[in-house]
Design a binder for this molecule. Structure first.
Ligand SMILES: NC(=O)c1ccc[n+]([C@@H]2O[C@H](COP(=O)([O-])OP(=O)(O)OC[C@H]3O[C@@H](n4cnc5c(N)ncnc54)[C@H](OP(=O)(O)O)[C@@H]3O)[C@@H](O)[C@H]2O)c1
Length: 296
């Protein structure tokens, strides 16, 4: 399995249809297979409502063939007030069913390869959520299940419910992660950082989920002057670590982003990544592919 998942959050909103198609084609032609999307991508764009990414993937699959890719999508994190992430549509049984019906419609398919609970929903019992998610697997609508942004205690609690009630295990777990650590007490809610505690809980899980990571490139900031790190990462240790990454990437004659993705993969995690520029994305995959690409 190609060890990178393509992030598609900006498809059809921040990046136009032509660029999104080009990224999909380039990724698949390079051996990539798995796409990461969500029903709320990209509701934070000024013209976005959510669903734009899935819609584009659906159109692309209708042209290229459903089996060209595996679709990993997520539900439960659609803002209901349109402005903040304080009120989300969540993971009630009824919302799961309605959300998945809408996903299938946009994706122009009758099956989702992997369905994630996008963020934890403390208002709904874990048993209700996971019974509804498991029913979708039983009905053949969903292939496998995943969790994203669940903290360590809730991963353990969910695992107990699944085992107690014979429900479908989660086989994927997706979290925010980068090679540098944010300053103490930084809160990225509703995103959850993969830390040592979570790592240990996931590795101890009987379900042995594949651990996927997002936002490792910090929007390209790690390619820039280490003295200009985003405020939440700005400290002396991180500056020295970024200088070290940049020196190692230079020695390998690859982008810092390429070095970071390979390092994360070597740690045993699967990076989800993207770029609005297909050539830049290919260069970022240089340590995974044999494809010659132009440097940008
Ligand atoms: N589960 C969740 O809650 C969650 C949350 C966030 C994201 N995700 C998933 O993860 C995916 C990736 O997230 P992300 O965008 O935060 O990831 P990322 O890989 O950390 O960042 C991608 C950004 O880095 C920039 N970049 C890439 N290579 C570069 C290079 N060589 N030089 C300079 N800049 C470079 C890109 O800018 P250019 O476009 O200018 O190249 C792009 O904006 C999303 O699409 C989504 O599928 C999931």
């Amino acid at each position: 399995m190609f060890p990178i998942v393509l992030g598609t959050a900006k498809f059809n909103t921040f990046q136009n249809r032509e660029t999104s198609y080009s990224l999909l084609d380039t990724f698949v032609n390079s051996g990539g297979r798995r796409l990461d999307t969500a029903n709320n991508y990209a509701c934070w764009h000024p013209d976005g409502e959510g669903g734009e990414s899935e819609t584009l993937i659906g159109e692309w699959m209708a042209e290229r063939g459903r089996d060209s890719v595996e679709v990993m999508t997520k539900i439960g994190a659609m803002p209901t007030d349109g402005l903040t992430y304080d009120n989300l549509d969540g993971l009630s049984a009824s919302n799961i069913k309605a959300s998945v019906d809408a996903c299938l419609n946009r994706l122009q398919t009758d099956r989702i390869d992997v369905l994630y609970a996008h963020v934890d929903d403390h208002r709904v019992p874990l048993l209700e959520t996971w019974t509804a998610m498991s029913d979708l697997v039983r009905q053949g609508i969903v292939g496998e299940l995943g969790i994203s942004n669940y903290n360590a205690d809730r991963v353990t609690a969910l695992e107990s419910e699944i085992l107690a009630h014979g429900l479908t295990p989660f086989k994927y777990a997706q979290y925010r992660y980068s090679l540098i650590t944010p300053n103490f007490n930084r809160n990225f809610a509703p995103q959850v950082l993969l830390d040592e505690t979570l790592n240990d809980v996931l590795h101890a899980s009987r379900f042995k989920p594949e651990i996927l990571t997002y936002s490792a490139l910090l929007d390209g900031h790690l390619e820039e002057d280490p003295d200009e790190l985003p405020e939440e990462y700005d400290n002396l240790l991180n500056i020295m670590m970024v200088e070290d990454m940049q020196a190692k990437a230079k020695n390998l004659d690859v982008s810092v982003s390429a070095f970071i993705l390979k390092t994360i993969s070597d740690y045993g995690y699967t990076p989800i990544t993207t770029s609005t520029n297909p050539t830049r994305m290919m260069n970022n995959l240089a340590l995974f592919t044999n494809f010659a690409t132009d440097k940008v």
